[in-house]
Design a protein around this ligand. Structure first.
Ligand code: ASP
Ligand code: MG
Length: 403
């Protein structure tokens, strides 16, 4: 097999841990596999470098930041290559450039445009273990770029896709994806397999494990992703296409998003085009809208409620204020003390009653549902934040996720 193994910051956090990673990579190679390793900087290193730059400037050049930040990954890539070489392997350490990763010009948050895997392929053919510095590429002019924080996951997935690897293993300090946050529900179970779409909906559970962009990329390039821990031999969670999962459970997990705020627009003038006007303005302000509900008021106006990420609340307020000033909206109110709980599972596509059971669970726990939205594989409910944990535990039990 051709395997891409990506090791995050904590897995290469000090020299002993790098030695440990070398042992694991060496074992994988000795089993007869070809291996491309992608590494992050040692944990804390990237933040340290950001701090150094901020010491000199509040607004440092982004091109310079990329040159600076990309150095963290080069340190770990070279050290790991040296360690593996000392163990008797033929190895080569590569920068993003040598690995053939070409990006656009958006310094500090570049997008991968193409990957030219020829140099990697030739080195694999010669029996070398390749160790790539993650998180970086070059633009067409040859300047170093970085892919955004947490970007070495993306490097690994993109390389796996470009070179046609059989597997892309993401090693972190977490052993996989759980049915819900184990800090909220200690009975949460690790999932063996999950589909890309479920993983994207369960982003809040995987946030510390996998960058969302890399899951989208894995889906697009059809890369089999495994998240597992580098601190034991415990099996992780396979993230793959839905067709590869026989007998998908009805519900795979319960996600909780505490970072939502609710905006209520009261007395919105009832004329065609007003919703389009408001939401287009919000889009222009780059506010991400999630759940929306609209209903008619007695006086012929309408009320519209929607949720936005807390971090975008101020931008949203500015947009809404303009409509209030014009008289198109009578009044507005805001509530940050809400959260969104979601029941996620591809199995619900072919089963009725999943939403009804979720609502019953809220009723049994005396939790009022403020807003509801559904998709083919998800039922989301907006509720008061103080009930977040109660709701998660209740739903986890309802769908027997602890079994
Ligand atoms: N070192 C980079 C960061 O801390 C990239 C990564 O670790 O994935 O964001
Ligand atoms: Mg990471």
């Amino acid at each position: 097999m051709l395997i891409v193994q990506k090791f995050g910051g904590t897995s290469v956090g000090d020299l002993d841990r790098i030695a440990n990673v070398a042992k694991r990579v060496s074992a994988t190679k000795k089993e007869g596999n070809d291996v491309i390793v992608v590494v992050s900087a040692m944990s804390g290193e990237t933040n340290k470098l950001v701090g150094y730059a901020e010491n000199f400037s509040k607004n440092p050049s982004k091109a310079e930041m990329d040159m600076l930040l990309s150095s963290g990954e080069r340190v770990t890539a070279s050290l790991l290559s040296i360690a593996l070489n000392e163990m008797g392997h033929k190895t080569v350490a590569m920068t993003g450039r040598k690995a053939g990763i070409i990006t656009d010009d958006s310094h500090t948050k570049a997008r991968i445009e193409e990957i030219n895997p020829e140099v990697m392929r030739a080195n694999i053919q010669e029996g070398r273990i390749i160790v790539v510095a993650g998180f970086q590429g070059v633009n067409y002019a040859g300047d170093i770029t970085t892919l955004g924080r947490g970007g070495s996951d993306l490097s690994a997935v993109a390389i796996a896709g470009a070179i046609g690897a059989d597997l892309c293993e993401i090693y972190t300090d977490v052993s996989g994806i759980y049915t819900t946050d184990p800090r909220i529900e200690p009975k949460a179970k690790k999932l063996d397999k999950i589909s890309y779409d479920e993983m994207l909906e369960l982003a809040s559970l995987g946030a510390k494990v996998l960058q969302n962009r890399s899951v989208e990329m894995a889906k697009k390039l059809n890369v089999n992703l495994v998240t597992r821990t580098s601190f034991s031999n415990e099996e992780g969670t396979l993230i793959t296409k839905e067709e590869n999962i026989m007998e998908a459970p009805l519900v795979s997990g319960i996600a909780l998003d505490r970072n939502q705020a609710r905006i209520s627009l009261i007395g919105v003038i009832d004329k065609p085009g007003i919703a389009s006007d408001i939401f287009n303005r919000l889009a222009e302000a780059e506010v991400n809208i999630d759940v929306i509900i609209q209903n008619k008021a007695q006086d012929g106006t309408t009320n519209i409620d929607f949720t936005v990420p807390v971090a975008e609340l101020n931008d949203a307020k500015s947009v809404v204020d303009a409509f209030v000033a014009k008289g198109d909206i009578k009044d507005d109110s805001y509530n940050e003390n809400i959260c969104k709980v979601s029941v996620v599972g591809v199995g619900m596509k072919s089963h009725a009653g999943v939403a009804a059971r979720a609502f019953s669970t809220m009723a049994e726990n005396n939790i009022n549902i403020n807003m509801i939205s559904t998709s083919e594989i998800k039922v989301s409910m907006v509720i008061d934040e103080k009930y977040a944990e109660l709701a998660v535990r209740g739903l986890h039990a309802t769908y027997e996720l602890d079994k």
